[in-house]
Ligand binder design. Structure first.
Ligand SMILES: CC(C)(COP(=O)(O)OP(=O)(O)OC[C@H]1O[C@@H](n2cnc3c(N)ncnc32)[C@H](O)[C@@H]1OP(=O)(O)O)[C@@H](O)C(=O)NCCC(=O)NCCS
Length: 259
């Protein structure tokens, strides 16, 4: 109950689906491209490398399957409007689809986070843990506080720490939609548990944001929302690539819930 005696609003509910693309080739994902629109298929065709095309098709088919699951509309029914710095928003029948989503693709894994509030700032990022952490660029992307935390970790945990920070920072700049136009030195994270601090000049309050992070299918995943103190409840779902069929929905046998 709040001070007025009303039931307090519950936490922001976010669903995350990840889909393994390890071992998938272009032939395997070709049927998934059927749910993409002409603009997405044209973008897919422009990738120079097959693995990038596979990841793009998988991420966009997964996103459409998630939007379909949330709305009951078919996966191919959605359109996308792109905001100023490139963040896509889902449209249905010429209007907002009534949802916020954000997708990410990386080596061997794609994913999407989705929530039922269309105006909510939501960001999502994935990075593979097996990738070499480029420690030499840490000071370029992270603040002195973040670099200090990283340097204090035992050597064996430093690569994971790097990607924890990286995905959290990405989740924030993807949630605001500003991407890399956002000054990366104007906000910084504590990692365990994830919490943001924001410099006053950004016009945002750290208390208005909530983040969740976990390791899924060999990658670090981070979700961030401007929850305004409501809290965040994330339902994580993992899909095996070979069992995914966007036209059949997301409740198939490949879905595993680890929560
Ligand atoms: C574009 C950017 C928003 C994310 O890029 P990324 O981490 O390389 O890529 P991801 O796969 O996680 O996300 C890409 C998806 O985010 C969405 N996206 C694009 N611009 C976006 C924006 N401004 N805000 C939120 N989402 C955006 C799109 O759906 C895009 O996928 P699509 O092109 O297939 O439609 C931007 O942050 C970027 O260029 N990052 C580069 C990495 C970097 O230097 N990060 C520093 C972190 S400390």
């Amino acid at each position: 109950m709040n001070a007025d005696g009303n039931a307090a609003p519950g936490p922001v509910s976010v669903r995350v689906w990840t889909l393994s693309t390890a071992g998938l080739d272009e032939a395997a994902v070709a049927p998934w491209a059927a749910v993409l629109d002409a603009a997405e298929r044209a973008r897919a065709a422009r990738f120079a490398f097959a693995h990038s095309r596979v990841a793009f098709i998988a991420a966009h088919a997964l996103t459409r399957a998630a939007l379909a699951q949330a709305t009951g509309a078919p996966p191919a029914a959605f359109g996308f409007a792109v905001a100023e710095h490139g963040k896509p928003q889902a449209r249905l029948d010429g209007r907002s689809a009534g949802l916020a989503f954000n997708l990410s693709h990386t080596d061997g894994l794609v994913g999407v986070a989705l929530t039922a509030s269309p105006g909510l700032a939501l960001g999502f990022d994935l990075e593979p843990l097996a990738r070499r952490a480029p420690m030499e660029v840490a000071a370029r992307f992270f603040t002195a506080i973040e670099v200090g935390w990283l340097d204090g970790l035992p050597e064996a945990g430093r690569a994971e720490g790097f990607f924890r920070l990286w995905t959290l920072k990405e989740a924030f700049i993807k949630a605001t939609g500003k991407g890399l136009t956002q000054d990366l030195s104007s906000f910084w994270f504590a990692v365990h548990p994830p919490a943001i601090s924001i410099a006053p000049e950004l016009g945002e309050r750290g208390e208005d944001w909530c983040f969740a992070q976990r390791i899924v299918q060999g990658c670090l995943a981070a979700v961030g929302v401007r929850d305004r103190g409501a809290g965040l409840a994330v339902c994580w779902r993992e899909l095996a690539g070979r069992e995914f069929d966007p036209a059949a929905g997301l409740a198939g046998p490949g879905e595993r819930n680890r929560q």
